[in-house]
Design a protein around this ligand. Structure first.
Ligand code: NAD
Length: 385
């Protein structure tokens, strides 16, 4: 049987600079018995030129050749040219099927097998090498601290100079999951005095283990949900949290928010009243900013505004794309680990008795098969009736 050919797509989303498979990833896939072709320019944004792919034995292809000849198409985002996909092809990426169920339906209708890394059961130890949500959240948290430090008009560390001593910045990181803990670590390495906060009980120990302090909001809200994630708070709990946060944030120079609840709009933690209570020159960076809203009232992704009282409010955009080499390298390892798991004797084996496969497989044999996506679609149809 011929070796399966994996195609590396050039990302088409605006501002995206990552590539799903680096030359190192090509070598890993070849070792697993796969052939690789890369769309011309696929790695350019992350400083992996076409020559680096040919040097490791990948074929460089035009867009049309790539879609026509590869068996498995890998990307960071959903493919840019879905109309070129063929029945029987496999697409792998961060497809966000819970928020884009239509794409899942379209791929199923085209008899394309869709595999999405965001469905991975993340708590399984053997899935950790494939965990793209974690690898990209790490990059985002790191960059969030750097962007906030850059926008802040003073130093993060304490500096003692002949002209006097500058006090260190006080930084609050709200949401202490993967991105939040990395933002805490980065801000601490820059020398800031860092405090973390999260609604999950277990996060306190995580924050303290980094050497940061934990913000005690005394709202008596415990937001531990299922699978290590937070649950959505009730309206009363949210109000209590916002009131307590409004009183707390005024004493911080920099606030970075990263709070998410899977499948829900990000919770609003910093209302306008909290921003109004902050000092001029403070910086608030909302990593959860999304078209649906973010953790800070009024944030817009990829947009920076200065409030009337002089607070710089940054709605983060696609921060992993701003660290493209590191983000691509990590993502590429996630893809290579997932493919190594799914390949048996040179061919893909999609056995849903395996927890990892069942988590990532979204469409198969012309149907949407992922239970979470099916449930979401059924709920949306119920709402329309
Ligand atoms: P996430 O991106 O879904 O959310 C980020 C953080 O926001 C979470 O810590 C969450 O508790 C917090 N949050 C949500 N609502 C909040 C609110 N109202 N107020 C304050 N904070 C709020 O989370 P994530 O970064 O993907 O990680 C979620 C959990 O899963 C963490 O415990 C993480 O360590 C864990 N995790 C475990 C593994 C593993 O075991 N291999 C892998 C990845 C993540």
């Amino acid at each position: 049987m011929n070796a399966l050919t994996v195609g590396v797509a050039r990302e088409t989303a605006a501002g995206e600079r990552r590539v799903a498979l680096t030359p190192d990833g090509v070598t890993r896939l070849q070792a697993a018995g796969l052939a690789v072709m890369a769309e011309s320019g696929a790695g350019e944004g992350a400083w992996f030129p076409d020559a680096a792919y040919t040097a490791v034995g990948a074929q460089i292809a035009t867009t049309e050749m790539l879609y026509a000849d590869c068996d498995v198409l890998v990307g960071v985002h959903p493919p840019g040219r879905t109309e070129l996909l063929r029945a029987g092809q496999v697409v792998i990426g961060l497809l966000q099927p819970l928020t884009s169920p239509r794409l899942a339906r379209d791929l199923a209708a085209a008899k394309v097998t869709a595999i999405s890394l965001d469905g991975l059961p993340r708590t399984l130890t053997r899935a950790q090498a494939m965990d793209a949500l974690t690898s990209q959240a790490n990059v985002a948290g790191y960059k969030a601290a750097l962007v906030a430090a850059d926008a802040y008009g003073s130093y993060f560390p304490m500096l003692m100079t002949a002209a006097g001593t500058v006090r260190p910045a006080t930084v609050l990181v709200v949401g202490a999951g993967v991105a939040g803990l990395q933002a805490i670590g980065t801000a601490r390495r820059l020398g800031a005095i860092v405090t973390g906060y999260d609604v999950r009980d277990a996060a306190r120990a995580d924050v303290l283990s980094t050497g940061a302090s934990f913000l005690d909001l005394r709202t008596e809200v415990s937001g531990t949900g299922v699978g290590g994630y937070a649950r959505e708070l009730t309206e009363t709990e949210q109000q209590a949290q916002q009131d307590a946060m409004t009183a707390a944030v005024a004493r911080f120079d920099v606030v970075i928010t990263t709070a998410q609840v899977p499948g829900r709009r990000p919770p609003v933690l910093i209302p306008a009243a909290a921003l109004a209570a902050m000092q001029p020159g403070s910086v608030v960076l909302d990593l959860a900013a999304s078209p649906l809203g973010g953790n800070v009232e009024g944030t817009v992704p990829d947009s920076t505004v200065v409030t009337g009282n002089g607070v710089t409010l940054i709605g983060a955009g696609n921060l992993p794309a701003a660290v493209p080499r590191a983000a691509s390298t990590a993502y590429s390892r996630n893809i290579a680990a997932l493919l190594a798991h799914l390949i048996h004797q040179g061919q893909l084996r999609l056995d849903t008795a395996d927890e990892i496969t069942a988590g990532v497989l979204i469409t198969s044999d012309g149907e949407v098969v992922h239970p979470g996506v099916l449930a979401q679609t059924a709920a949306a149809e119920g709402d329309r009736r």
